[in-house]
Design a protein. Structure first.
Length: 480
């Protein structure tokens, strides 16, 4: 990296705000409603050819057209055991009033609004939510909205399992760029909040306002899921909360957190597209409070990209809180030294088109799966959005600004793990990569800061931090 090259550092100070989810629904912020719960990469050869325009949609009967792929839910309604849908707190286990279908997506049913709270008690110890199954199922990954930590009942343990007996449960892990606890360290990517920048497989909780993709060991089968939450001092409630869960047979990793998200509109907040949070729902990425100047269309699209320093293998995307109907997904096929941002259209290949996508409001976990026809190896993925959101719920009326406004809560890039460890999704540092560059700046007061780097032509070079808390006085961010 040439330090003599001129760059402009932009920072924007934001007022602090409470990111803890309130106990009751309320509306606030940028005109998007709030809901309880989620607040869900040498030359690069393509492994598939272009796909047809098979839509990935949601219908009121609960069917999702995932093309019979690995994204199909592994559970059926008949396999869910209401008798083993329990909470454990203060040494006691009790049945929950709701049924497990309220929070578990199945092959033929949707979850319901509201999620489920568990372990409401004044004590500060761990509490558990158990979801039993009438028969054993294969479980490779679990997509969740909140819920805390995930573990599953070991095959040799007696059903329905004792939530308090750790020896009966097999923990799941997920890869985090900056985990508080790490099961294994694989690479380092310094940032202001974490100078050591350890990316690792972690058992850290998925909090109420976040999404997560848990991975289990190869060949895992189970008859129960256990979600565990340990409250911290200052939490508004000690109870845990699960907004929803989707059990997948195959083992998948989310490569999006290892890449960089960018957007043509509002690039200063594009990092929110891949931060595994719905950012309080109303504060997700969108193309502006009033949207674009003209309605979103084939001739006036919005463009989002995910890129990586090295090629990654993907078999699809998972979109969460999807504020648009139609999208075309393309993969970059250019050479290793080619800049995808200025690449001709001939170096992009369509790998998925989807129509009729739905926000799935007000569900706390509403995934839209975009499976590819087969594994794709690429350094960048582009989403070309060509139609605004469908507004089926009265709370969303007018939020599209007459078709000019679109939004997206999260974009997960799904990597097939097969029998590899969960940490295989972590990209190694390229040989000879220069060390991270410290970016020093001063804050007049503590607050949320967005840092971007631009060249002399005012072209965005890198998003460093997006609405990240920094203290008053001297601070340092890292450009790696």
């Amino acid at each position: 990296m040439n330090l003599s090259s001129p760059h402009t550092i932009q920072s924007r100070n934001f007022h602090r705000r409470d990111r803890t989810t309130p106990l009751v629904p309320e509306t606030a912020g940028r005109g998007l409603p709030h809901r309880r719960g989620l607040g869900l990469i040498a030359a690069f050869g393509m492994a598939v050819t272009a796909l047809g325009a098979a839509p990935s949609t949601f219908a009121q009967d609960g069917e999702r057209q995932t093309g019979g792929t690995v994204f199909q839910s592994a559970a059926t309604p008949a396999q869910l055991d209401p008798e083993a849908f329990t909470e454990w707190v203060d040494g006691k286990e009790s049945r929950l009033e709701k049924d497990p279908q309220s929070v578990v997506w199945t092959s033929s049913s949707t979850i319901r609004y509201g999620g489920v709270a568990f372990g409401d008690s004044r004590s500060m110890g761990v509490r558990h939510l158990k979801i039993g199954l009438r028969e054993s199922i294969q479980a490779g990954s679990v997509l969740v909205g909140g819920g805390g930590k995930l573990s599953v009942l070991k095959p040799g343990a007696e059903y329905p399992g004792n939530p308090a007996d750790e020896s009966q449960w097999l923990p799941a892990v997920r890869v985090l760029a900056e985990p508080e606890n790490a099961a294994a360290s694989a690479t380092r990517s310094p940032s202001a909040g974490n100078p050591d920048g350890i990316a690792a497989a972690s058992t850290e909780e998925v909090v109420t306002d976040n999404y997560g993709l848990w991975t289990l060991p190869p060949g895992t089968t189970t008859r129960a899921l256990r979600f565990s939450h340990t409250p911290r001092p200052g939490d508004k409630t000690a109870a845990g909360f699960l907004g929803g869960a989707w059990i997948l047979k195959d083992r998948l990793g989310n490569a999006a957190s290892q890449g960089q998200a960018t957007s043509r509109a509002r690039p200063d907040v594009s990092a929110k597209l891949a931060d595994e949070s719905n950012n309080g729902m109303w504060d997700v990425w969108d193309n502006g409070e009033n949207g674009a100047a003209l309605p979103i269309s084939e001739t006036n699209p919005e463009i989002l990209t995910l890129d990586w320093p090295r090629a990654v293998e993907l078999n699809g995307l998972c979109l969460l809180w999807t504020g648009f109907q139609n999208v075309t997904v393309s993969a970059f096929t250019g050479k290793a030294d080619a800049d995808f941002r200025t690449a001709p259209e001939s170096e992009w290949q369509t790998v998925k088109t989807a129509q009729g996508l739905d926000p799935l409001y007000p569900l706390a976990l509403g995934p839209q799966w975009l499976p590819f026809a087969g594994p794709v190896t690429t350094r960048a993925i582009r989403l070309r959005i060509t139609l605004g959101p469908v507004l089926k719920h009265s709370h969303l009326t007018g939020k599209d600004q007459d078709g000019r406004r679109v939004w997206l809560g999260e974009c997960m890039a799904l990597t097939p793990l097969r029998d590899a460890p969960a940490t295989s999704v972590i990209l190694p540092k390229p040989d000879g990569e220069p060390p991270p560059i410290p970016i020093h700046f001063n804050q007049p007061e503590a607050g949320l800061v967005t840092l971007v780097i631009e060249d002399q032509a005012n072209h965005r070079v890198r998003n460093l931090d997006s609405e990240t808390p920094f203290t008053a006085g001297a601070n340092t961010a890292w450009w790696d």
